[in-house]
Ligand binder design. Structure first.
Ligand code: NAP
Length: 264
């Protein structure tokens, strides 16, 4: 059963084949969506084009989401090519690497603004630019992390940004409700990607995740992609403003089990 047949989806944030956005793109393709990709800038084109070609995707547009002009250009192009859009995926985050380690209070004013602009505001900016193109029954989706709810050491300003992104998701869901467009977020467990590699101590945290998470498995970009299909399809027609965890249940734990109790 193809859950996205007849729907057009634009996906922002593919950097390479490890990107969560690429897992979402493949799952959307399996479910029959017509796709368009946008990537950060010319440096990524070499990696993104072949991925697009492998799925037969011809709409591949650069867009630095810190620029309103670039966002407007992609929206205009999407209107010309597709007429309207059903689904928009925002899988983008950025903070200065040196601020993803050590104490959070060392975050600079400039670093704070940068993380908020690219990781939070860009979702709102995309929503605004695409609002006239979004068809009823459509969906917006962003990617967040549990470090926005609770403290994850070194996640720092990205945690604060994710909290704001989740709040944006709820406000956007309210705004878009009358248009019958839903807005949700997926909170993914740790996945080895370019963005994750920038977070201090990620490797160590990633290694112990499988020991502690109730399902005792790693999270893959396919897992996130499959949940994204559900959330952006008519199967989730009455779900909006939600943060859905794809984290093997990690977020339900109050404290991780002591190692001696694990028995594995
Ligand atoms: P990724 O492959 O590095 O994707 C991040 C994307 O953001 C890249 O394509 C990156 O492009 C793009 N980006 C950064 N600045 C941009 C800008 N100014 N304009 C346009 N695009 C820009 O890493 P990922 O893990 O898949 O991250 C996707 C999303 O999932 C992020 O929001 C991340 O916080 C979230 N997430 C990740 C995990 C995890 O464990 N990996 C868990 C939960 C949530 P460049 O490479 O050019 O910067």
């Amino acid at each position: 059963m193809k859950l996205l047949a007849g729907k057009t989806a634009l996906i922002f944030g593919i950097a390479n084949k490890r990107s969560i956005a690429w897992g979402i793109a493949q799952a959307f393709h399996r479910h029959g969506a017509q796709l368009g990709f946008s990537y950060a800038g010319p440096a990524l084109e070499r990696r993104v084009r072949p991925l697009a070609e492998s799925l037969g995707v011809t709409f591949v547009e650069p867009c630095d989401v810190s620029s309103d002009e670039e966002i407007a250009r992609v929206a205009e192009k999407a209107e010309q090519v597709f007429g309207g859009v059903d689904i928009l995926v925002h899988s983008i985050g950025f903070a200065n690497r040196d601020e993803l380690q050590g104490p959070y209070y060392n975050t600079s004013r400039e670093g704070f603004h940068l993380a908020m602009d690219i990781s939070v505001y860009s979702f709102t900016a995309l929503a605004r630019a695409f609002q006239p193109l979004l068809r009823p029954g459509g969906a917006l989706l962003t990617l967040t992390y549990y470090g926005g709810d609770k403290v994850a050491p070194n996640y720092n300003v990205m945690g604060v940004a994710k909290a704001a992104l989740e709040a944006s998701t709820r406000y956007l869901a309210y705004d878009f409700g009358p248009q019958n467009v839903r807005v949700n977020a997926i909170s993914a467990g740790p996945i080895r990607t370019l963005a994750a590699a920038g977070v201090g101590g990620f490797k160590a945290m990633y290694k112990q995740f499988v020991d502690f998470a109730p399902l005792q498995q790693e999270i893959t970009i396919d897992d996130v992609g499959n949940t994204a299909v559900y959330l952006c399809s008519d199967m989730a027609a009455k779900t909006t403003g939600e943060v859905v965890f794809v984290d093997c249940g990690y977020n339900i734990l109050a404290v991780p089990a002591p190692r001696e109790m694990l028995g594995r």
